[in-house]
Design a protein around this ligand. Structure first.
Ligand code: NDP
Length: 316
């Protein structure tokens, strides 16, 4: 009997995973969690489930006693309640080149749009104004990224290539060529003081929830811009609106919101200095995701270190 790989997430993408598993891992019995009805015929089938890929796992994981690995289908794991996951089963988040490439594009687009006053020109076009704003060299624009993980480092490499003055902030100290690296809470004010454009690429954890707040905005240079591609829970929304009203912040590009989608009356929809996108900065690409998952299955079988292993104590 083949081991079961259980998939419980978007069924359309699941169908692509199924096609890829059939081609590249026919030794596994790939099952998509059904929208209705019981997923397994009996306890013997449940006992064959060795691997799970999910956005939200099944409520009763105790029914799958032989689970060996849990994959999050997203790069973040903040949607998961760790207390419901068996502590001995490794949890892996999705780190694949498609997610990285998408994020590099989005962050570059947002930084360049702010740097080259794209919003202002859109308004001037509508007002039939042929009026230039002085172009500043990229080197004079200081961009800082909260987080120095896989996505932040890739985005920073592209921003450096454009010539921006780059910095990053993380929990532990990093050394990255061409990037001024800051670490820890004590270094945060000095980091923020040099950010004309601030990008949030942190994971959402108890330590980072609400980090984009009035105190943080006040530590930025007046007229700075914010790009949030982390999670909606990083942002204190009223503090952002106040900072935009007072001119402390000039513009915000938000790819994420809490809740998603925001309600129809939410002030972000038609705020003149907010650009809102529906959580599309990057998306998991099935081909590359399956490649990364199968590579991790191989590593697991051979006892090698796993890619994207989540440290549940840190929360990311
Ligand atoms: P990583 O886990 O690779 O990196 C996280 C970074 O954040 C690390 O540098 C870490 O520091 C830093 N960090 C975590 N907690 C703290 C803290 N308390 N103080 C300071 N720094 C901290 O994550 P990724 O780069 O892969 O992804 C980042 C996030 O991007 C994801 O968690 C997800 O929320 C979001 N995302 C959004 C998408 C979108 O479409 N909008 C798509 C994909 C991801 P250290 O290096 O010291 O560990």
């Amino acid at each position: 009997m083949r081991d079961i790989f259980l998939y419980k997430a978007d069924p359309v993408r699941g169908a692509e995973w199924a096609r890829l598993f059939a081609r590249h891992a026919p030794h596994l019995d790939f099952r998509i969690w059904p929208a209705t009805g019981a997923p397994f015929a009996d306890a013997a089938e449940e006992a064959r489930v060795r691997f799970l890929a999910a956005w939200q796992p099944p409520a009763d994981l105790a029914a799958l006693p032989n689970l060996e690995l849990i994959f999050s289908v997203g790069a973040g794991v903040d949607q998961l309640d760790f207390s419901t996951l068996p502590p001995h089963v490794p949890l892996l988040r999705m780190v694949e080149p498609g997610i990285v490439g998408g994020m590099v594009e989005y962050v570059s687009l947002a930084v360049l749009a702010i740097h080259r006053d794209w919003q202002s020109y859109a308004a001037r076009q509508r007002a039939r104004q042929w009026q230039a704003i002085r172009v500043l060299p990229a080197a004079s624009r200081r961009v800082g990224v909260l987080g120095l993980g896989s996505l932040a480092q890739a985005a920073l490499a592209q921003l450096r290539a454009f010539g921006f003055a780059c910095a990053g902030w993380s929990r532990s100290q990093h050394t990255i060529a061409g990037v001024d690296c800051y670490a820890g809470a004590q270094a945060l004010p000095a980091f923020l003081a040099r950010c004309d454009i601030l990008v949030c690429l942190l994971p959402l954890t108890p330590a980072t929830r609400g980090i984009l707040n009035a105190e943080l905005f006040a530590a930025l240079p007046r007229g700075a811009a914010l790009i949030n591609t982390g999670r909606g829970g990083h942002l204190v929304q009223d503090d952002l609106l106040a900072a935009l009203d007072s001119g402390q912040l000039a513009h915000a590009v938000l790819d994420v919101c809490e809740p998603e989608p925001p309600g129809p009356e939410h002030p972000f929809w038609d705020h003149p200095r907010i650009t809102l996108t529906p959580h599309v900065a990057s998306m998991t690409q099935p081909e590359m995701a399956v490649e990364v998952v199968l590579d991790n299955l191989r590593r697991h079988a051979e006892g090698l270190p796993l890619q994207g292993l989540v440290d549940r104590g840190r929360g990311y």
